[in-house]
Design a protein around this ligand. Structure first.
Ligand SMILES: NC(=O)C1=CN([C@@H]2O[C@H](COP(=O)(O)OP(=O)(O)OC[C@H]3O[C@@H](n4cnc5c(N)ncnc54)[C@H](O)[C@@H]3O)[C@@H](O)[C@H]2O)C=CC1
Ligand SMILES: O=C(O)CCC(=O)N[C@@H](CCC(=O)O)C(=O)O
Length: 486
């Protein structure tokens, strides 16, 4: 198995580490295989990256943007190829995989604007000199990607990092190596210089070797809170290394009297079950009032959930969502539902798994105690009925996470009150809590992040500010300070 799947110093090489493969979760067929990058190859990638950094950062912004924009054009030309790769490797429905590629393409123009607005050059006049604020790249940064958006989310770190002048060593999820390989091949086709982007395919051992490498100036991570916290500990005592952690959530969606119950049900389903519940922004907890309106919404939600089409992600007649990333992930969702039942939850719609395919579930956990504050990363929605809005908000805030939250309510006053109290980085009103815009900051508080929001604010962690006062020549001041004679 000597497939050349590692991209180091501008060359495609076979890995020298453990063999691993990627499955199409919908068919259980092997669709990619190779050997992981060894520690020696991780070191080779870092050395090549360091050498490439000086040339890449010395290029003008226009020269760097020319390559990044060529990458966007290649993504456009290869939309169907990339979308099918995402669908085959993650089980994501093709229609949704196409939206992921569109998000990848949109990222370039947005990152260009964000770079200028967030980290552009500012000149301020001053007597006999000029004051400048400029920004410089950190150097060699690692990008770790999750499996659920194998194209879009690593892209959200890679593009702003490259625009700022950093060089990138990319470690994709071991569950989506094929998408990563196609992405880097498009970067190569765009003419990215050798060493400016490296691809290190591998499992946790490769990730650990990369994260621990002394030559790293920073690490941009999107993934689980467990892994993110591990990396945070690993980087403790290294304040000079920039660390951006985009992690999971345990997100609440509250309802408070909505006349348009059908639209409310639509937004609840879009929030809880889109992508088979495999979005960090998915709603995990639904708070419904103990009222006729709450009863009506729940009844319609149950019926609509039972009618959701789950199926072949590449079928002509597209499903709402395809499979989860693996049968293992699906089995974990069945187990999570069982745990809720054992704690006293009442199944309203039973979550069920067939291989990697999972039908969505809804469990009423009103009054149930002892539910772990954990992210169940799949199509399982817990329902809490409430009498008091403030108490519901308090319960919604009772989590170590703080990524997304939302309120469906006709009253603007209710939303103002909710907004003032809810703790999350994305807070929506009468809109799903999934599908955040790349033109806004994207990040959470608590266990969801480390205050380095991504998306529009990714530019902030891709460069550091440099303040300068500059004069064309040295000159004596009009008067000397006391005690000085020259
Ligand atoms: N906040 C956000 O923007 C997002 C967060 N997520 C979260 O990501 C998770 C799903 O993605 P996964 O791929 O399962 O995350 P994961 O944490 O298992 O893996 C993420 C990346 O870290 C690497 N990794 C895992 N353990 C490591 C270690 N000990 N040292 C170094 N590298 C390591 C993996 O190989 C992969 O490249 C969910 O929890 C979801 O909420 C997913 C998408 C977006
Ligand atoms: O990162 C961006 O450009 C915007 C944020 C984004 O795309 N969020 C998506 C993906 C959520 C996830 O990470 O799973 C969303 O809000 O659904």
């Amino acid at each position: 198995m000597t497939a050349p799947i590692q991209y180091i110093a501008g060359q495609w090489l076979a890995g020298e580490g453990q063999a691993f493969h990627s499955l199409n979760p919908a068919t259980d067929k092997v669709i990619w295989q190779g050997q992981a990058a060894s520690e020696v190859q991780v070191d080779q990638a870092l050395t090549a990256a360091r050498q490439a950094f000086y040339l890449w950062s010395a290029q003008s912004l226009e020269q760097r943007l020319a390559i990044v924009e060529r990458f966007a054009a290649l993504l456009q030309d290869n939309t169907e190829r990339m979308a099918r790769a995402i669908a085959e490797e993650t089980g994501k429905a093709l229609w949704e995989s196409r939206t992921e590629v569109a998000a990848m393409i949109g990222k370039i123009a947005i990152s260009k604007r964000a770079h200028s607005e967030r980290t552009g050059t500012v000149e301020n006049p001053m007597p006999g000199a000029k004051a400048f604020i400029r920004h410089k790249p950190h150097g060699v940064v690692a990008v770790f990607g999750p499996y659920n958006f194998p194209g879009h989310l690593p892209n959200g770190h890679i593009v702003p990092a490259l625009i700022a002048g950093n060089v990138v060593v990319f470690k994709p999820s071991e569950l989506t190596p094929m998408v990563a390989e196609l992405t880097v091949k498009l970067w190569e086709q765009a003419g990215i210089p050798a060493g400016v982007i490296s691809l290190l395919q591998g499992e946790v051992a490769t990730g650990k070797a990369l994260a621990a490498h002394a030559q790293l100036d920073g690490l941009f991570f999107t993934g689980s809170s467990n892994t993110g916290h591990f990396l945070h500990q690993q980087f403790a005592g290294q304040p000079g290394k920039i660390l951006a952690l985009e992690m999971g959530g345990n997100n609440p969606l509250l309802v408070n009297e909505v006349a348009n119950t059908k639209a409310a049900v639509h937004d609840i389903i879009q929030s809880a079950f889109l992508s088979s519940g495999q979005r960090c922004t998915c709603a995990r907890k639904l708070f419904l009032p103990n009222s006729a309106n709450g009863d009506q919404i729940l009844a319609e939600l149950i019926s609509a959930t039972q009618a959701i089409v789950v199926g072949d992600p590449l079928a002509e007649q597209q499903p709402f969502y395809g499979s989860m990333i693996s049968a293992k992930a699906a089995a974990a969702m069945v187990k999570a539902q069982q745990q809720l039942v054992e704690l006293g939850g009442k199944v309203l719609v039973e979550l069920s798994a067939d291989g990697a395919f999972v039908r969505p579930g809804i469990v009423d956990v009103t009054g149930v105690t002892g539910i772990p504050d954990e992210e169940n990363f799949g199509p399982l929605l817990k329902v809490y009925r409430y009498d008091d809005f403030d108490a519901a908000i308090e319960l919604a805030n009772a989590t170590k996470y703080g990524l997304s939250a939302g309120l469906l309510a006709d009253s603007a006053e209710h939303y103002q009150h909710f907004f003032s109290r809810i703790r999350a980085g994305i807070v929506n009103w009468n809109k799903p809590i999934t599908g955040a815009s790349s033109a806004a900051p994207f990040g959470g508080i608590g266990a969801s992040g480390n205050h380095r929001a991504s998306a529009y604010y990714a530019a902030d962690y891709c460069a550091y500010p440099v303040a300068s006062v500059e004069a064309e020549s040295v000159a004596l001041p009009a008067s000397l300070n006391p005690g000085l004679s020259l």
